[in-house]
Write a protein that binds this ligand. Structure first.
Ligand code: FAD
Length: 566
């Protein structure tokens, strides 16, 4: 097949225009084209006429002619052979796998690790600290509607992982030469996601559809012989010395429903913990699993009327049903050396309470497939590095408990858990600023820029539930971050007209942008210090988002299979 890119047609083009353009581009009569499929569809809003831009895969009636045609256009970057995007498993499990592989965590990374292991016949056991997605939905709404947080069943913990209550954006900038992202998308569609996600340049599922997709993926894993245990928190690991160094031997699991702990033999363990499992990170560090501090970002969430963003992005075409709600991506390099950028933009969505710990406030965003809520929201965050984290012994003990080993491991400039110290400090402070009831502290953009407290909302009604307490956010983040955001907002206003609208609302704090640490692994995907342990996904810093976490889950499942198959 031949892949043609950059096929442009006006937004409202007739149905027959695309096949005609395909034939014209190839210089062939329409009868010589057997079929074509759209691979991707995006929009180009840079000119007065808004265009749809297609990438298509074409099969000719005479397949032998395809290579000839490509040979005749060697310098045309928009005519290429279509790549083989099929997924090929790395092996098949023997009938008797002596010790079943274990996957800890059932977010996108754990789901795809378990699915691929199950598809290869390895019958994995999955341990998930949170509840099933239906129960979890009720618990999460309990925080949003009744100010009641369940520390083991919330936006971060439970079936489906952190992205279940999200916008469900499914794109990523990872290098993906094996098209593993395509495998993730196809599995989502098989499990009930809209087929549109296979062709949209910026696909998204939306939260309610994701819930059903996650349940269907669970059923598929079980049908293939896998086992999924909910409300089972891994609280300890058993590591043995062996001839080739330390090796995983087992897990201690707390059954949170009964309160009883049990031991589980485990030689191959995928750790797909997500970025919020701070107790587990501390335990792993204490047991000698290699962990290092890494950069992440902190900031606020901003809300504008969606119509303002649509107008700025789509101009006269704003509101066209094909276009849907517009998104944006912004970055500003502040004069104090900090980068400020938009994060996890949710068109037509809501800001959500995303803490997993009592007495703390964290913001994030989500939307439905329709993306038709009144406001657009996004994180406006500042990049920080391990040098910014408090790491004196007193701060480490206050944030992580008296038993934390405060000594700096050899070769580390910053304590591996120090990022958590900063996160907890900012989240606790936000809880206090919000009135100690899980309301989020907030401020109008105009007041934030002018450095005066807000006392009254303007035209933008913030969507965060259980509510927003207006005041000043000047103390909610370190000074350098406040300074950088203050400078960035007017600069963003010059890129997107109205972005610095005085009535736009900031809420805080945004601290869970990525993991504050990295569980470094070697080329064989195993921990640098413990064989048989496969740190994976967002928590280990090998993914940032649903799609890349799913892709990493596949890679790690393949590494486990290779190790088991010798
Ligand atoms: P997670 O999804 O965090 O899953 C980890 C799982 O491990 C959790 O279910 C947790 O309960 C479990 N676990 C942790 N510790 C233990 C333990 N000790 N024992 C047993 N189980 C344990 N990304 C996008 O790409 N698009 C979006 O639109 C998007 N929106 C988001 C909106 C919100 C509100 C949030 C919070 C995140 C959003 N993200 C989005 C980010 C995305 O959710 C994450 O990048 C992704 O979920 C990471 O996948 P993961 O499997 O690595 O970890």
């Amino acid at each position: 097949m031949i892949r043609i890119s950059e096929l442009k047609l006006p937004l409202d083009h007739a149905e027959g225009a695309l096949p005609a353009l395909v034939a014209h581009t190839l210089g062939l009569p329409a009868e010589q084209i057997a079929r074509f499929t759209i691979h991707k569809r995006s929009f180009d809003a840079r000119k007065a006429t808004l265009m749809q831009v297609y990438i298509v895969d074409v099969a000719l009636v005479d397949a032998a002619q395809e290579a000839d045609l490509l040979r005749r256009h060697p310098d045309n970057p928009h005519l290429r052979p279509s790549p083989d995007m099929a997924y090929y498993p790395v092996g098949q499990a023997p009938a008797d796998v002596p010790v079943r592989p274990v996957v800890v965590g059932f977010g996108p990374c754990g789901i795809f690790a378990a699915l691929v292991l199950a598809q290869m016949g390895f019958k994995p056991i999955v341990l998930e600290r949170g509840t099933t997605v239906r129960q979890r939905t009720q618990d999460t709404w309990g925080l949003w509607r009744k100010n009641v947080l369940k520390p083991e069943s919330n936006v971060q913990f439970g079936e489906g992982g952190a992205g279940t209550f999200s916008d469900g954006k499914l794109y990523s900038q990872i290098k993906d030469p094996r098209f593993l992202g395509r495998k993730v998308m196809h599995e989502f569609v098989k499990a009930g996601a809209p087929e549109e996600i296979l062709v949209a340049a910026h696909p998204h599922i939306g939260t309610f559809k994701l819930v059903k997709v996650v349940e269907n993926l669970r059923e598929q894993i079980i049908a293939l012989g896998g086992e999924i245990r909910f409300e089972q928190r891994v609280t300890d690991v058993q590591i043995e010395d062996g001839p080739d160094g330390k090796h995983m031997r087992g897990l201690t699991v707390l059954n949170q429903a009964t309160g009883e702990s049990y031991a589980l033999r485990a030689d191959q363990v995928v750790l797909a913990l997500g970025h919020s499992s701070r107790d587990t990170f501390s335990m792993l560090h204490a047991r000698g699993v290699y962990v290092e501090a890494k950069p992440f970002s902190i900031g606020f969430r901003i809300e504008h009327p969606q119509s303002l963003i649509d107008r700025a992005r789509w101009g006269q075409h704003a509101g066209h049903p094909l276009l849907g709600a517009a998104d944006y991506k912004l970055v500003h390099h502040a004069s104090n050396g900090r980068a400020v950028y938009s994060f996890c933009m949710c068109p037509g969505g809501t800001v959500v309470a995303a803490t997993s710990e009592p007495g703390r406030v964290v913001t994030n965003g989500m939307s439905q497939y329709s993306r038709n809520e009144r406001n657009a929201n996004a994180g406006i965050v500042v990049g920080i590095t391990p040098e910014d984290y408090p790491q004196d012994a007193a701060a480490l003990r206050a944030a992580l408990g008296d038993t934390v080993d405060t000594t700096l491991p050899p070769g580390h400039a910053v304590h591996p858990l120090a990022g958590i110290v900063l996160q907890r400090k900012l989240e606790s402070n936000a809880y206090l600023l919000g009135g100690s009831s899980y309301e989020a502290p907030g401020q109008l953009v105009g007041d934030f820029i002018a450095n005066r407290a807000s006392s009254q909302l303007g035209a933008v009604e913030p969507s965060y539930k259980p509510g927003v307490r207006l005041g000043s956010l000047a103390e909610a983040l370190p000074g350098y971050a406040i300074e950088a955001i203050r400078e960035a907002l007017p600069a963003f206003g010059r890129k997107i007209k109205g972005f610095d609208l005085p009535d736009a609302v900031l809420t805080g704090v945004e601290t869970r942008t990525s993991s504050p640490l990295k569980m470094t692994r070697g080329d064989d995907f195993q921990s640098l210090t413990v064989r048989g342990l496969y740190p994976a996904g967002e928590g280990a810093s090998y993914a940032g988002g649903i799609l890349s976490a799913g892709v990493d889950g596949i890679k790690v499942a393949e590494a486990v299979a290779r190790s088991l198959l010798g």
